[in-house]
Structures are given as structure tokens and as C-alpha cells.
Design a binder for this molecule. Structure first.
Ligand SMILES: [Zn+2]
Length: 111
């Protein structure tokens, strides 16, 4: 990776979009996780109810955890992926440490 302005190789990748996207995705994933937890708890309770009160408790608990984890992870990954795209397509993701020039990945000429 070279700076288009001064040809320096001391170029830093900023990845702001990925970080923000990951955080936003994590939050919305947590919201989705809560929804997933509730439907997971319902499904788990249904399955567990066959085994009586104890099974109902275990099923609800396991279903909630599974639903929450899956929802949260999916949101975080989706957010980070979206942020990555924003980094590469929209933001000037790279910054030269020598001259401070900021440029996108596919951009080869100075502005
Ligand atoms: Zn430079």
C-alpha cells in the first residue's frame, strides 16, 4: 500500500466504518437478540413442557440464551460487514503517516 501523494509506505488503515458498524450492529443485534431470546424462550418452553415443569424451565432458559446469542452475533457481524463496505466505498479509509494524505483503497491519483 503506497501513499498516492508521496509514495510513502507508512500508511495507516482507519476502519472507522467497521468500528462504528460493529458497535451499531452489536446494539441492534442485542435488540434482535432480545427478540430472539423471547421467541427462543417460547419455543424452548413448548419443547420443555413435554418434560414437565423442570423441562419447561430448562427449555425456556436454553431457548432464551440461544436466541439471544444468535441474534446478537448476527447483528454484530452484519454491522461490521456493512461498516467495512462503507469504509471501502464511501470513506477515505487510508491515511498517510508521512504527509497526512487521506485516500480510499481504489484511488490511485491525488486529488
Ligand atoms: Zn503521503
Amino acid at each position: 500500500m503506497h501513499c498516492p501523494s508521496c509514495e510513502s509506505t507508512r500508511v495507516k488503515t482507519r476502519n472507522y466504518g467497521r468500528k462504528v458498524g460493529g458497535a451499531v450492529g452489536g446494539v441492534s443485534g442485542a435488540v434482535g437478540g432480545v427478540t430472539g431470546a423471547m421467541s427462543g424462550a417460547e419455543a424452548g418452553a413448548l419443547v420443555g413442557a413435554v418434560a414437565g415443569p423442570f423441562g419447561l424451565a430448562i427449555g425456556t432458559f436454553a431457548g432464551a440464551i440461544l436466541g439471544g446469542l444468535l441474534g446478537g452475533a448476527a447483528g454484530g457481524i452484519t454491522g461490521a460487514k456493512l461498516g467495512e463496505v462503507v469504509d471501502e466505498e464511501v470513506l477515505d479509509n487510508n491515511e498517510c503517516l508521512d504527509c497526512g494524505f487521506q485516500f480510499g483503497r481504489e484511488q490511485n491519483s491525488a486529488r
